[in-house]
Structures are given as C-alpha cells and as structure tokens.
Write a protein that binds this ligand. Structure first.
Ligand code: FAD
Length: 1011
C-alpha cells in the first residue's frame, strides 16, 4: 500500500503522461471510430429523450454561476428544515428577489408551460415585478395575504426538487417501487440517506437503518443481485485517520457486521468513497474485511467505490490487482469520478498541502477514469461497476469491456436520457444508486447533486445547454492533453501570489502520522535568557513542568533586575545601526527564519505539546501562523520602508519615510507560545526597533528555542534580548526606561491595564498595542444547519481547551431550535477525547497550570445547569468540555479561559436587543453568526461592535493577511495583527524637506526649460 500512500500529491502532469497516456491513447487509436459512433448515438438519443420530470429540465436550466442557481441551492438546502414561519418568510423574502426568473420563462415556452405550477418560479415572477416598483412591497407580498400560499408553494416546489433525487422515504417503499414494471431494465443499490454523523446517537440510528435495509432488501422479491450502499462517515462521528485506534474498536466491527449481514442475506455491500483524507483509513477497514472469512467463494458481494479524480485511484487499483490475486478473493469495485472536488481544493489550500490530492483539470479526471478502467479490466478478481453519466466514458468502457461481464451505474434522477439508449440492448446492465430516506437527511446529498448538475464542467450540465457542440462534448479527453501545462488553479503554496503560503502537514498520511512518535529528544532541557546571543544563567532556577504530567522536563533560569538592565543597555548601543540596516536585508533574515521554522516543525510541535500542553493539530496551526507572520510582515515592510518623494514646488526635495523608533518591549502569552511570540517580535524588529522580548513564564523553553533559530537566520545578536522570567519584575525595569518607545502586549485585560497605568507615569508617550481577551458570542438563528453549528461550536469553544482569546464563550440560540441544538452539542462533546496532547488522537489537552485549573472549576461551580463529559484522568490539569446554561448575558462578567461554553436562549424578535447586550459586555473581539438569511447577517454585522466577525463558520484560527485579527474596547487597542496597519504603528513617520536650490540656485529647473 506504500505506493498508494506515496502518490497522494504526485504531479498531475507526470501522472497523466507517465502512467495514463499510452494506455489510453493506444486503445483510443485502435478503437476511435467505434467509440465515437457510440458516443454520438448516445448523445443524439439523449437529445430526443423526453424528461420524465419538469424538474430534471429545470435544474439544468440554472447554471450555478447564475444568481438563480445559487438561490435554488440555498432554498433547497435550508427551507425544508426551518421550523418557524417567520424565518421561512425571511428566507424566501431574502432569496427570491435575487433571481431574474422571468428570463428563463421567456427563454423556453415549454418550460414555462411545464413549470407554471411550480411555485418558486411563480413567486419569483410576482416578487420580481414588485421589486422593480418598490423593494418594500416585497415584504408585504410575502408576509401578508399571499404569505402562507407562497410559503407552502415554495416548500412544495423544493419538495419536488428533493424528490427528483430521493428514490423513496423508507426502505419498504423503495423495494416495492424498485419492483415496478417501469424499472425492469435496472437493478438497484439502495443508499440510506445520512452521512457525517456528528454524535454517537446519529451513528447508531444510521447503523440500525442499514441493518434494516440489508435484511429487508434480502427478503425482497427482486430477483436481481441486490445491493446496499453505505457511507462510513455515517457509522461513526469521528471517522478520521487520527482516530485509528478508536475506530478499530468502534467502526471496524460495525463495517464488518454489516458485511456479515450482507453475506447472510445475499445482499451486495458497497462502501461509498468520501473525502480524500479518509482513503487510507477506509482501505485499512476494507483490507481487514477482505482478509476475513466473510469473503470467499460463497460471498463475493463486498465492494467499495474508488474515485478516479484522486491521484491515488490508479495506484489503489494497481495494489488491488496484486493483493486480490495473492489472497485469491473476489470483490466488486465501483469506479466513480468523485463528488467532493470543490471541498478537496479548498481544504488543500487552507491546510497548505504541497499539492492537491485530486486533479485540477477535468480532462485529467476523465483520462484517469479510463486508465483506471484498464486496471480493472486486467483484474480477474474484480467485478467492475462503472458509475458515470458521461457518454464518452460510457462508450470507451463499453468498447473496452466488450468481452467481459460488468455493469454501469447511474444515480436516481440523473442520466435517464443517457442510459435510455441501451434499453433495447439485451446485454445491458445498469444499476441505479437509489437514495432512501427522509428530507431531514437529504441535504448534503442534495447539495452535491445540485452542484453536479449545475457545474459548467459537468457532462450532464453541458448536455442540457442549448446549442451545445456535439463533437466537443464527446471529444476524447486526450484531445486536451497539451493543456496540462496551464495553471489555472494555483498550488496551495502559491495562493497568496506575492508571498508563500505556509506548508501544512497532512495528518491523514501514514508517514506524517509516524513522524509523531516523539522519541524523547526534549529531555532534560534548559532555557536561558539571551543577551548578545549568549545564554544567561541566573540564580533563579525553576523546574519546567508539563501541564499534563508530573514529570519535570528540565530547568529554566529567570532573569533578575540586573540581567534586565544589562539586556536593555546591550540593545541601546545597537539601536541606530539596526534602524539603518537595509530593509531588504532585514526581510531576507525573516524569510530565512520562516524557512528554518518550517524545517524544524516537528521539534517545535514536540516542544509545544510537552511544555504548553498543546495538541499536535493546534501546534501545527500555530507554527504555520508564525511562518505566515514572518512572510507577511516581510512583504509589508518592504513596501512600507520605501522612501517616497512627494510632489511640491520646484527647488525642493520632499521625502517621506518610515524609521524605527528604538527600544521596544514585546510581551507574549503562553497560549500561543510560537505564533504570537514570533508575530509580535518580528513585527517590532522588522520595523527597525531593537527588542526586549519576554515570553510567558510557562513557555520559556519554546521562546529560547525560537530565538536561537532567529539568530541562526542571521539576526544581529544585539538587535534582540530574550528575557525569561517574572512579568512584573522585568516589566517594571523595561517600562521605566527612558528610551522605551513601543510596548506590544498580548495577555489578560488586567495586566494590560497595569502596563497602561505604568506607561502613563512616563514623561514620553510610548506606543502601546494590547490584545486582550473577549466574551465572544455566536448567534444562531433557526435557518442554521444544526450539525454545522455544533461542529463549529465544538471547534470554537473547546479546541485548545478553550484557551484562545477568540474562543466562543457564549452560544446564543433562537428558542425554536435551542433544545435540539443543545442535545446535539452535548452528543458531539461526548466524542471529544481529553488527554495527553502528545498523542495524535487527543482533541483537548490540559489547561496551562493549577491556578487556571482552580479558577475555571470555581467558575463552573457557581452554576446549576452544567453538563460535563466524563474523563478518567488522575493527573494533569484536565477539564472536560463543559456546557453551562445561562439565563441572561449579564450572568457573565469576565472571560473564562478554558473549555467552557455558556448557552443562552433568545427570541428571534429580540435579536436587536441581543446585539445591543453583546455590545454592552464591553468586549469586542470575535463574533460568530450562523444564518442562511443575508438580511439577518447584515443586520448583525452592521450593529455589532466587534473586531472579527465569522459567518457560517467557526470563529477561531484567523489567518495572517487574510483575517487580520484584533478587537475593540476591553479586547484591545488595535491595530490588527496580521493586517495592513500593524507595522505602521511601530515606526515613526519622517518627512525630510531639502531646499535643493539653496546652494548654487535651481540648476535643474533651468536645464529643464526649453525656449
Ligand atoms: C452509482 C453512483 C455511485 C456513486 N458513488 C459515489 C461515491 O461513492 N463517492 C463519490 O465521490 N461520488 C460518487 N458518485 C458521484 C460521482 O462521483 C459523480 O456522479 C461523477 O463524478 C460524475 O461523473 P460523470 O462521468 O457522470 O460526469 P463528468 O461530468 O464527466 O465528470 C465529472 C467529474 O469531473 C470532476 N471535475 C470537474 N471539474 C474538474 C477539474 N477542474 N479538475 C478535475 N476534475 C474535475 C468532477 O469533480 C467529477 O468528479 C456516484 C455516482 C454514481 C452514478
């Protein structure tokens, strides 16, 4: 399997040219005529096919790039689940006017006749006309007389749309329906709707549904080979590679049991393919099943889907050929192209992966599909199932497999026009993937289908486009091979254009997982202050302790007043030189530093985990943020420090430039011992200031290690002094110094106030940048998707054990969905593993020290309505994820820096008051909004006095240069870290006006002027 793992990010050009091209082109050349003939006939037949449902025509009508397509998606996604009339009205009112529905009616008379009863078009028409007259009338139209009618009509229309893709509501009905005469030509694989379980309760429910479906399908009268399709993500709430050990206990047995049930009931089992980061994990499960006694001559109905858009698909099939031969067993393989392409691209960019796990050219996916078909053809131990609606892919495969038994597969509600061509062919075999279930579980599936039907690259979409070019549509994908060199989708590392994205680690990959076997490199460590690049030992020797174990990691030596004084003096001497140090050279140092951090990622992860109790995942994110800070500030500084010549009268040179201020004091917190420490220090240095940097006492070793790297990168050793130790003692010494120009602080509000008052005593007015905490809220209205909300709350509230200033502290949920949200959230909290941060499977590590531990627990004790998950850990500062119900916002006064989320019920009609109350808390750091209604989102955004607002996503993990971070009021002074204004605050502006005519007159003017 190594060959599979190693090729996840293989270069797409290399892959296509080295592995696919000759295979496919040789076969194509020999069989071109036959393939073309079949393709053309399939398409011509499709053109004459009468669509059974008006909607199959309708959905093709709306391109996803059009407003109408997006509205359609949005309505379909949200409308069926919203419980209250007010929000349904708001959603309709919000979305319908966006579309120009009339355009479609004009375009196609038949379509209009067909869909005149379809409500949202009708509604759109009514509404649109009113909108043209006066936007406000719209509200009245929806809300007054016609409100209920419109509401029901639109709901009905969306229901019909959903019905297009859902086969039946329950398995009994599905079996009966599949037995109807009109389905004679097809066999079925029932898919029980539901995926991505968020709680154990969900996964148990889905599991029971699959059990029931297998048993009932087995008993059904249908004489054909029966089949059930299963999504592993529905069988466990944590179907992730880093949970392998847990999944071996909890998911593997379920997959095994369902296969066993398939065997007993003579039903084929096909496991669907999901996101790319789940491939290895699923292969481990499948391998175990294949090796078991379940698969033998009696039962060969086990199988799984392989996605040809993944670069590894070819290698999976290559491995299967050898492996199945070795074990001498037979299985089914369903070859699909893949349904999560947009997600894969986004994830790879966000995570900074070295490349994409999927192809970025549609034709490369198509070629891969054909190459994979060859691999299947070579494999006698596989029954091949080709799931595609693409006429060229079908024709190629039909030609290739002419002497072999195989089947095509199609999705219910799609591809009827394509496959109708074969209905008279005696040997034609096609299985319909038939989703079964209620609309509640339909949404993710429906969104994928709408995307597939609406995407411009989709074969089905193009087939429905008016006046399409048949020859282009059925063209071999090889015809575009020279376009492999085009680079329309930039590599994840290049998405920012003028600076490199930081490299991420793919935690679903085997070699990455193996690299986290920490081997005790950081034992007996020592952390010193650094002055002039030299370690400064002091009498204040203190143990470095892990927050999650009683072990002593080493010693740290804290600076006293004398050492602080020496440090200050050592910097003063160098201050002017550092100011004059060319900006290009400064940037070079920090870019080199960024690379050194990247090269030493694993060491830094280990340090973060051991010293600060940070989980591996959080440590990686933090290191990436630090690297981004270095690159972003370097780029910004290069621009900022260019001297500008300003326009003015002749005989004068007017220049404007930035210069460093001088001595700066950087004070960083323990919760981001790498990212904030580096971000603040680099910002101060690159703007030409010499820096005393003082990390939190708890993360002294990380700071020592990092500054050593910075010196290694070439920073002159007397531009920086690292002072480890007591904040008050060192702070007093530095702040009292006359030369102090900047203080950059991140930490508690209380300390920020002390620094502020100390600064007020000074004669000069140093710049003070403070980033403090927040009582951050997330507002959730009834149009939000509960599962999505819950994932984001778990992430925002409990990740990093809640020790982030941006963390969600108060979840404000509309009363109609409050209980359901609470129930699901509690279920999701139970899936979180609290424990040793050095283990990859840990979600939540310890809080930083015993003082924090006591404070948080004292806070929790004050409340009655508290839910906590159970943990069994007898040492370390562990606090389980905690949910506290509160009556009103004012029940909370201060930030609680731990894994504690408070939950508050609000009424939709009181939303404005809620926003005011949030503002009145006096903090203004982060705010989350979950709503599908733009009007509501706009209302909150306009009123909230909050620095960082996150819509329909989690509210942590601000990305440098993308989401500049920082709040107002009690949350900080601004400017935003990682934003365009930050560096400006740390340097002086200087204007130099030179009378160039003072000596020898204005010679240049005289020489410029002509007669
Ligand atoms: C029976 C059945 C079962 C299925 N099971 C699964 C499953 O388990 N898992 C799953 O993921 N999907 C599954 N699908 C969905 C399937 O992936 C899509 O229906 C399929 O991709 C459509 O392929 P096509 O040949 O019909 O369409 P085409 O339009 O020819 O191809 C669409 C493919 O091209 C890809 N594509 C689009 N743009 C680009 C680009 N720029 N670069 C690279 N690729 C691009 C799309 O992502 C998609 O994969 C199943 C489909 C069927 C019919």
């Amino acid at each position: 399997m190594k060959n599979i793992f190693d090729n996840k990010y293989l270069n797409q050009k290399k892959l296509v040219k080295d592995h696919f091209y000759y295979l496919v082109s040789n076969f194509s050349e020999l069989n071109q005529k036959q393939i073309d003939y079949l393709s053309i006939n399939i398409v011509k037949n499709a053109q004459n096919y009468k669509a059974g449902s008006p909607f199959s025509k309708l959905i093709h009508e709306f391109s996803l790039t059009s407003n109408e397509g997006i509205v359609l998606m949005c309505l379909a996604e949200a409308l069926l689940r919203i419980p209250d009339v007010t929000t349904i009205n708001d959603l309709i009112e919000d979305k319908i006017p966006i579309g120009n529905w009339k355009k479609y009616i004009k375009n196609d008379k038949d379509l209009f006749v067909n869909i005149s009863s379809i409500a949202f078009l009708l509604t759109g028409k009514i509404v649109e006309e009113k909108v043209e007259e006066n936007k406000n009338i719209l509200g009245k139209v929806v809300k007054n007389l016609s409100g209920p009618i419109l509401r029901n009509a639109i709901k009905q229309a969306i229901n019909i749309l959903a019905k297009q893709f859902v086969f039946e509501r329950d398995i009994k009905k599905a079996i009966n329906f599949s037995n109807e005469k009109k389905h004679d030509k097809y066999t079925f694989s029932f898919d029980m709707l539901g995926e991505a379980a968020v709680t154990y309760e969900d996964s148990d429910r889905y599991y029971s549904q699959y059990e029931e479906a297998i048993i009932k399908t087995g008993k059904g009268k249908n004489p054909h080979k029966k089949s059930i399709s299963i999504k592993l993500s529905s069988l466990h709430p944590r179907y992730e590679r880093n949970k392998l050990d847990l999944l071996k206990k909890e998911l593997f047995p379920k997959a095994y049991k369902l296969t066993e049930l398939g065997r007993e009931n003579n039903v084929d089992i096909c496991f669907d393919a999901e996101e790319a980061d789940r491939l290895n994990l699923s292969l481990f499960i499948f391998k175990e099943i294949i090796e078991s006694k379940l698969i033998d001559e009696k039962y060969q109905g086990f199988g799984f889907a392989v996605q040809a858009y993944q670069k590894r698909a070819f290698f999976v099939l290559d491995w299967l050929k050898k492996y199945l031969n070795e074990v001498n067993k037979k299985i089914n393989i369903r070859l699909v192209k893949g349904a999560y392409w947009d997600t894969e691209i986004k994830v790879a960019q966000e995570q900074g992966f070295i490349d994409y796990p999927v192809f970025t050219k549609k034709f490369a996916t198509d070629i891969s599909y054909l190459a994979c078909a060859h691999k299947l053809y070579e494999n006698d131990n596989v029954f091949s199932q080709f799931a595609t609606h693409n006429a060229h892919s079908i024709s190629y495969i039909k030609t290739l497999f002419k002497d072999r038994d195989f089947e095509f597969q199609k999705l219910h509600g799609m591809g009827d026009e394509i496959y109708s061509y074969f209905e008279k062919d005696e040997n034609f075999k096609c299985r319909v993937y038939a989703p079964v279930g209620g609309y509640k579980d339909l949404l993710p599936y429906l969104v994928r289908r709408l995307l597939e039907n609406g995407a411009n690259t989709s074969f089905i979409h193009q087939l429905k486009t008016k006046d399409f070019d048949v020859s282009k549509l059925i063209q071999s994908p090889l015809a575009k091979i020279e376009k492999l060199d085009e680079d329309k989708i930039k590599k994840p590392i290049d998405i920012y254009g003028d600076r490199k994205n930081s490299k991420g680690l793919d935690l679903s990959e085997e070699d990455v997982v193996e690299s986290f076997q920490f081997n005790g490199k950081f034992k007996d460590i020592k952390a010193y202050s650094l002055i002039n690049g030299k370690d400064i030992k002091s009498d204040k020797e203190i143990d470095i302790k892990s927050p999650h174990s009683s072990s002593v990691l080493g010693k740290k030596y804290f600076a006293d007043e004398k050492i602080s004084e020496i440090a200050i003096e050592s910097l003063k001497e160098y201050s002017l030189k550092w100011k004059k140090f060319p900006i290009e050279k400064k940037a070079e140092i920090f870019l080199k530093f960024a690379n050194l951090i990247e090269d030493n990622t694993n060491d830094i992860i280990e340090i973060c985990a051991k010293e600060s109790g940070k989980s591996i995942k959080n440590s990686i994110a933090e290191i990436r943020e630090a690297i981004d800070f270095c690159r972003y500030y370097s780029k910004e500084a290069l621009n900022l420090f260019q001297t500008q010549t300003l326009k003015g009268p002749t005989g004068e040179l007017n220049q404007y430039r930035m210069v460093g201020k001088g001595l700066s004091f950087v004070v960083s917190p323990w919760n981001f011992p790498v990212a904030i420490f580096i971000g603040q220090t680099v910002a101060a240095l690159i703007t030409g200031n010499v820096v005393i940097t003082k990390p939190a006492e708890q993360s002294s070793f990380a700071a020592y290690y990092i500054i050593k790297l910075l010196l290694k990168a070439g920073l002159p050793s007397n531009a920086i002094a690292l002072l480890l130790g007591d904040g008050a003692l060192i702070g007093k010494k530095v702040i009292n110094d006359k030369k102090l120009k900047n203080v950059i602080f991140t930490g508690s509000l209380e300390t920020a106030k002390i620094i502020q008052s100390n600064l007020q005593q000074k004669e000069n007015i140093p710049t003070f940048i403070a980033e403090t905490g927040g009582l951050n809220c997330m507002i959730v209205d009834t149009s939000a998707l509960t599962e999505h909300v819950v994932k984001d709350v778990v992430n925002s509230g409990f990740d990093s054990a809640g020790q982030r200033c941006s963390a969600c502290r108060i979840l404000c949920v509309e009363e109609n969905i409050y209980e359901h949200t609470k129930h699901t959230l509690i279920g999701a909290m139970k899936t979180q593993k609290v424990g040793n941060p050095e283990e990859l499977s840990t979600d939540i590590g310890p809080v930083i020290d015993t003082e924090a531990f006591d404070n948080i627990n004292n806070h929790i004790k004050k409340f009655d309505k508290v839910f906590q998950t159970e943990i069994n850990l007898n040492q370390g500062n562990f606090i389980p994820p905690t949910l506290i119900e509160i009556e009103k916002l004012s029940d909370l006064k201060n930030e609680v820096f731990g894994p504690v989320v408070h939950m508050l019920k609000y009424k939709a009609s009181n939303l404005d008051q809620l926003i005011e109350d949030i503002n009145d808390l006096g903090f203004g750091l982060t705010l989350g909004i979950h709503s599908r209604i733009d009007k509501t989102i706009d209302r909150v955004v306009e009123k909230a006095e909050i620095g960082n607002i996150y819509i329909n996503r989690n509210m942590i993990g601000a990305v440098v240069g993308v989401q500049p971070f920082g709040g107002y009021e009690k949350s900080g002074t601004g400017p935003k870290a990682g934003g365009p204004e930050y560096l400006k605050r740390l340097c002086h502006e200087q204007s130099i006006s030179n009378n160039t005519a003072s000596m020898g007159g204005n010679a240049s003017l005289l020489s410029e002027v002509e007669d």
